[in-house]
Design a protein around this ligand. Structure first.
Ligand SMILES: *[C@@H]1O[C@H](CO)[C@@H](O)[C@H](O)[C@H]1NC(C)=O
Length: 318
């Protein structure tokens, strides 16, 4: 059975929450990767707010291409000043919205993909008939045939792969950008995870590739997770409280996350715990322990609030 991943704008009017956004600070990248892979650490409020620009970039991916093109998409765009969008695309239906641009203060390319309707997404990803496939060797040269990923994610990624690569290369040559940052929430997070490996394999080795994802499902098997861990030196996936999306597809189907989860453990204080280990981490504060199954989860947590009071989804382009 083919897993449907067509994104469509969704409206959850009753979920509108009065968040109190704090101004974003530009990150200090050196908080990551984390210090001690054997322990779980709590991030300081400064470290949490360093994440805000990534959250805003992921949030902006839900906004209309026209508003992202001139960086007038509301709070998300206002929060990251000076960003220069060079490419937008997708239609939020057959192809998830996406954009590529230049972030001058970090001398970085940002590549962002939209997520999808979380209710449909959860339903698709709890289907045990999930189809998987090897990576396309043209897009992912040299990757072992032992690596497999969710077919729906791979197909969606392939639709934009050459476009975002061309756009990134263009900014690298015109601006001298030295970093490519892949961001996304939900399905967009899965696409960003694929992008992070894709860029690592297809850009010059002196370009640093960073991945920052939010509420991301499992993308592939343990060999995929190992590939992310070994090829993307700075990759972090943030999960919010009891969001079920990060626990699907299930590990019993052979899926596994890469390392470096950041788990938001409180929506009121935005306390975040860094879970440096892999997807079998046993610490009580990490998603794998606090969200044992989808029944005990809360899909509303998928939307936010992420640290700084930031929500992600079509209705949050305000
Ligand atoms: C792999 O990707 C290339 C480039 O996008 C495409 O031309 C080719 O058809 C793809 N191969 C398969 C088997 O999907």
């Amino acid at each position: 059975m083919r897993v449907l991943l067509a994104g469509f704008p969704w409206v959850l009017g009753s979920l509108r929450v009065a968040a109190a956004p704090r101004p974003a600070r530009i990150l200090s990248r050196d908080i990551l990767p984390f210090l001690d892979p054997s322990s779980v650490m709590t991030l300081s409020s400064d470290e949490m707010s360093d994440f805000a620009p990534y959250e805003q970039f992921a949030r902006a991916a839900y906004c209309s291409s026209s508003s992202v093109a001139d960086w007038t998409c509301g709070e998300a765009c206002s929060a990251v000043s000076g960003f220069e969008t060079t490419t937008t695309g997708g239609d939020g239906d057959a192809v998830q919205l996406y954009y590529v641009g230049y972030w001058p203060s970090e001398n970085a390319v940002v590549v962002a993909h939209e997520g999808t309707d979380p209710t449909q997404f959860l339903s698709d990803l709890t289907d045990i008939d999930i189809v998987t496939e090897n990576l396309n060797s043209t897009l992912f040269p040299g990757v072992s045939s032992s690596v497999w990923v969710h077919s729906g994610f791979a197909d969606e990624h392939a639709k934009t792969a050459s476009i975002v690569l061309d756009a990134a290369n263009s900014i690298i040559s015109s601006k001298g950008a030295t970093t490519v940052i892949c961001v996304g929430h939900s399905l967009g997070g899965a696409l960003a995870e694929l992008d992070a490996v894709f860029f690592t394999l297809n850009l010059p080795s002196d370009i640093t590739v960073i991945g920052r994802t939010f509420g991301t499902p499992r993308v592939g098997n343990p060999d995929w997770a190992d590939l992310v861990d070994s090829s993307v030196s700075d990759f972090t996936r943030m999960n919010n409280v009891d969001d079920p999306i990060p626990i699907v597809p299930g590990r019993f189907l052979g899926f596994q996350h890469p390392e470096t989860e950041l788990h938001v453990v409180s929506d009121s204080t935005y306390q975040v715990v860094a879970c440096p280990g892999n997807d079998d981490a046993t610490d009580a504060d990490c998603t794998i322990a606090t969200v044992p199954n989808v029944v005990d989860a809360n899909l509303l947590d998928h939307l936010g609030p992420y640290p700084g009071g930031i929500y992600m989804g079509t209705i949050y382009c305000t």
